[in-house]
Design a protein around this ligand. Structure first.
Ligand code: AMP
Ligand code: GLY
Length: 425
């Protein structure tokens, strides 16, 4: 079959690489894609938000199956547009993607269906938010309701910081319309874990756990980013945690969405905090994590396309997921200055070193082709993934491979998975 992937980052490269391994797949297209994806797929110059053009392309080209990687088009309703044209597409419809698109929606859902999460209040009016915060326990977490590139969350240690936060989100509208509403949440402490799952509206299947490092600098210092590296599995995601989450979080979420008349088909990403009172949901995403996909998909033994088709056809109960008994680490090579300001357009050397090495992958996040040369084209440039027998070996291999690639202003964290691995020993 011919498939189309919508998106242009490291996550979409990882999805394309898994699709390319499927014996069912003939040709892969990616819109808009990037230079690395272009080595295994044909990139199509249509933006991820141009739903009508994408659907028209899929029809003309006879695309058999489309996979939506990114949050914006999902929340905007791309799946509904494709389905209306009779096209087969993997991802939640608009009325289910709201699970990620509105934090107020997801918090209300969890409350209604008793899914463990932090206590919260929702505000449309900054004055009411300020009045509430005056009596609230600090630290407190402020979240812009809508999509904000993972940046609409402010952890405030003092009342003064919280007041500043209300101004940032609701008055200055730093995250745009995402700040029309704001959720104020209890601050939770514990270990964070990301769990990606497949859902078909009724059944849910759990992928291997992962963890992201969101801060820009070593030791979890510096600004929040889209993610500076990931590892999988998490040593803290024990069988006991898994059992609890299956019973009280995963299946209840799918059942809740179905009960609300919003059956969820696609990937649900559960951002969990393992607190002293048990696991709680920090957030839901309606798609693979980026860069979580870069460590989870390479470890999956199933044919990814089989699993996705089963989701779309409502027969995920026929599938059991299988993962390799190993570990993977992804180190993001970024442009120095990310996430604030950085330069682009520098030539990247050393990419050939990955050819033919099964345990390694170089996923492109922000790259472009310029005069036949692959150049940097974003804050996050590449995701270097390596698999090893355990986390320590995977990390050593990922850092060795991170050294194979050079470009001007290359920046990376040096401690992806390190403290976690040591703490778990
Ligand atoms: P989110 O975009 O909702 O995942 O939030 C971004 C990050 O903020 C999370 O990965 C957590 O590290 C942190 N965070 C979100 N909600 C809370 C909370 N209630 N308590 C503590 N930290 C939180
Ligand atoms: N890595 C976090 C996310 O994809 O939202």
């Amino acid at each position: 079959m011919d498939i189309l992937i919508v998106g242009s980052g490291g996550r979409e490269h990882a999805i394309a690489a898994s699709a390319a391994k499927s014996p069912k797949v003939n040709k892969i297209f990616c819109a808009p894609g990037n230079a690395g994806i272009g080595q295994i797929a044909q990139c199509v110059p249509i933006g991820a938000m141009e739903f009508d053009k994408l659907a028209a392309f899929a029809k003309e080209e006879g695309i058999d199956f489309t996979i939506i990687g990114m949050d914006d088009p999902l929340v905007g309703g791309i799946v509904d547009v494709f389905e209306a044209e009779g096209l087969k597409v993997f991802g939640p419809r608009k009325n289910a993607a709201i699970l990620e698109g509105s934090k107020a929606f997801s918090k209300d859902l969890m409350k209604k269906y008793k899914i463990p999460t932090a206590a919260y209040e929702t505000f449309d009016d900054p004055k009411k938010a300020l009045a509430y915060l005056a009596g609230a326990k600090m630290p407190v977490v402020l979240k812009a309701d809508g999509l904000a590139l993972g940046k609409g969350v402010l952890i405030c240690n003092t009342l003064a910081e919280a007041e500043e936060g209300v101004k940032t989100i609701m008055e200055d509208r730093k995250f745009g319309a995402a700040g029309n509403r704001m959720v104020v949440e209890e601050f939770l402490t514990g270990r964070e874990v990301s769990v990606l799952t497949f859902a078909d509206g009724k059944t849910i299947r759990i992928m291997s756990s992962a963890q992201d490092h969101k801060r820009a600098k070593d030791g979890d210092q510096g600004l929040n980013t889209g993610g500076m590296g990931t590892f999988s599995p998490s040593p803290f995601y024990t069988a006991q945690v898994d059992e609890f989450c299956r019973k009280y979080i995963y299946q209840p979420t799918v059942d809740a969405m179905a009960s609300e008349g919003r059956p969820f088909t696609g990937v649900i990403f559960f951002g969990l905090m393992l607190t002293e009172d048990g696991p709680k949901v920090l957030e839901y995403n309606a798609r693979f994590g980026d860069p979580e996909a870069q460590v989870v998909l390479p470890r999956m033994k199933n044919d990814m396309i089989d699993v996705m088709e089963a989701c779309v056809e409502g027969r995920l109960d026929e599938i059991e997921l299988e993962f390799e008994d190993n570990a993977a680490v992804c180190v993001v090579l970024a442009s120095d200055g990310y996430p604030v300001s950085y330069e682009k357009g520098y030539a990247i050397q050393g990419l050939d070193a990955f050819t033919g090495k099964d345990d390694y992958a170089c996923f492109h996040a922000g790259t472009a082709l310029k005069d036949g040369q692959i150049v940097t084209n974003g804050g996050r440039v590449l995701g270097i993934t390596a698999k090893g027998a355990d986390l320590k070996q995977a990390r050593q291999k990922a850092y060795e491979a991170a050294g194979w690639v050079t470009f001007e202003n290359k920046y990376m964290r040096h401690d992806i998975g390190k403290a976690i691995d040591e703490a778990a020993q």
